[in-house]
Design a protein around this ligand. Structure first.
Ligand SMILES: [Fe+2]
Ligand SMILES: [Fe+2]
Length: 525
């Protein structure tokens, strides 16, 4: 569903003008995502309000706590000077879901959603949520009970079972998340390991959950500093080990309870992956508490985005991984990686079998959607013949994103039927780049009746028949090397390697409509 929602969101905001760009971003780097999810338990949600009042309520909640905290801090300073650490946290009263303030409701919804994704249901009888507001920079740390700070040996270390942050503004100063825990550091394995790290740039109302046992922290950077960087942080504790917390200071007497559709959490599976050639100097980061080394990566991301005129916050997170850690990816992903590598070198090895196999699936597009697609294509074309998109091949095509049905297609068909079929075929959750989706019309009357032998520009090509076999004669896709013709009936899909030489067999009567999707694996080592 998120694919659909994201596209809707982008379309509404006019942020981009190329739909394939959105799709690419949305589907990009599933491999990196899979690995990083496993290692850091990272999940990103964006919040969208359907109601301005609710958004204002949230901001009021945050301002209220900040004010309160400021006053408490001044009193604390008067009393203790700088000698004692000031920290103010609150307990979220999950038993009173109806009465929660907007801020607490948002935290609670994120907790429930993210824990569920990590197969760890929030249970009110067992768990407690602690939250606090941050507008300061702390050194790179692991999340734990504040007792750690009082014990210089660091022997008492109580850690929550789940944690996350919600950003309250857009910002160029990211959160840095490493792959390392306190244990890794104690065992001194940090510098020897080839590792990846993550930068997450604050976006207003974005929630990012990750394993707080991994070293992380906000990176301050004068060059890109904006006015404020306010973050709501929360920890979920098993009740017995929860540290002391203050009662909520937000009104629990909510006369206007928050309704289910007042706001929505949208899965942001946009992970951008970049290569790092040398691992970070973790000794510097941990011992000397300096994160200057990360500034070059911040500069890099900002520069890339300015150049491409893309909003910095499009990506949920940025992953920086060294080539070696990508090779370990190959081990995890297996044979298909090597076949894709061969493909990129334009070579087909004898034992390349997965990528070059042909896969067919029935009932990919429901018949009524097939009909709708054809109908709206014909409406767009009017009395004209369809445009010759690839004139050399005599193929007349209309692009799917020019049709009204695009959104429905992406949510009801692409995400529900097509992606699972691809994953079933190649046995791995790959990342994809969609090059193009269009509808081809083969029509005897206009001399666009077939396609001469060719290879597609794509890694894989999907063909889906949109009308009944009985409406035309001959047709189908012919594969030259093995002299095989595959013809599809309405709603059926064929997946084949784009680099395999093939023709669109000429039809001798009637009209044939077929949807074509060109896709690439996003994979590089
Ligand atoms: Fe933290
Ligand atoms: Fe083709």
């Amino acid at each position: 569903m998120y694919t659909y929602l994201k596209i809707r969101m982008f379309l509404d905001t006019d942020e981009y003008d190329n739909i394939h760009h959105h799709l690419r971003n949305i589907l990009l780097s599933k491999n990196a995502q899979a690995i990083m999810k496993k290692r850091t338990k990272m999940i990103v949600y964006d919040t969208v309000f359907n109601n301005n009042d609710r958004e204002k309520e949230l901001i009021d909640n945050v301002d209220y706590i900040l004010d309160y905290q400021n006053k408490a801090f001044h009193e604390h300073e008067k009393k203790y000077g700088n000698t004692k650490r000031f920290f103010m946290n609150f307990r979220l009263d999950t038993a009173n879901d109806e009465c929660l303030s907007m801020l607490e409701k948002l935290i609670f919804e994120n907790v429930k959603r993210c824990m569920k994704e990590l197969d760890n249901e929030f249970d009110e009888k067992v768990h407690t949520i602690e939250y606090w507001l941050n507008n300061k920079y702390y050194s790179i740390h692991v999340d734990c009970d504040s007792e750690l700070y009082q014990n210089t040996n660091g022997e008492i270390l109580r850690q929550g079972i789940h944690n996350g942050i919600i950003y309250m503004d857009d910002n160029y100063e990211p959160t840095f998340i490493s792959e390392f825990t306190r244990e890794d550091r104690d065992l001194n394995t940090v510098q020897r390991m080839d590792s990846a790290f993550v930068l997450s740039f604050p976006k207003k109302f974005r929630c990012i959950a990750f394993d707080g046992r991994n070293y992380h922290g906000a990176i301050s950077y004068d060059k890109h500093q904006k006015e404020k960087r306010i973050v709501v942080a929360y920890n979920v504790w098993v009740k017995e080990s929860c540290p002391n917390t203050n009662e909520s200071i937000l009104s629990t007497n909510n006369t206007n309870p928050i309704k289910k559709d007042d706001f929505a959490l949208i899965d942001n599976n946009n992970y951008f992956e970049n290569i790092v050639f040398s691992p970070l100097n973790y000794a510097e980061i941990f011992e000397k508490d300096t994160t200057n080394e990360l500034h070059q990566y911040i500069d890099y991301v900002i520069h890339q985005h300015e150049r491409n005129k893309v909003d910095l916050n499009t990506a949920g997170i940025y992953i920086f991984a060294s080539p070696l850690s990508r090779y370990s990816l190959v081990d995890e992903m297996g044979t298909i990686c090597f076949e894709i590598k061969n493909l990129n070198n334009d070579a087909k090895a004898v034992d390349d079998v997965i990528l070059w196999k042909k896969y067919t699936y029935k009932d990919i597009i429901p018949h009524e959607i097939c009909d709708k697609i054809i109908k709206s294509c014909e409406e767009i074309a009017g009395n004209e013949t369809w445009p010759l998109m690839h004139s050399a091949y005599k193929s007349s095509s209309i692009s799917l994103d020019s049709l009204d049905i695009f959104n429905q297609f992406m949510s009801d068909v692409f995400e529900k039927n097509i992606i699972p079929a691809i994953e079933e075929s190649y046995k791995y959750n790959f990342s994809w780049n969609i090059r193009d989706i269009f509808i081809n019309k083969y029509d005897c009357a206009h001399n666009a009746n077939g396609l001469s032998p060719h290879k597609d520009g794509s890694h894989i090509t999907l063909n889906i028949a949109l009308n009944d076999k009985s409406e035309y004669e001959n047709g189908g896709t012919k594969f030259i090397d093995d002299n095989e013709v595959i013809s599809l009936d309405k709603g059926e899909m064929l997946i084949h390697c784009g680099k395999e030489l093939h023709t669109g067999v000429q039809i001798t009567k009637g009209t044939r409509y077929v949807m074509v999707i060109f896709m690439d694996f996003v994979f590089s080592v």
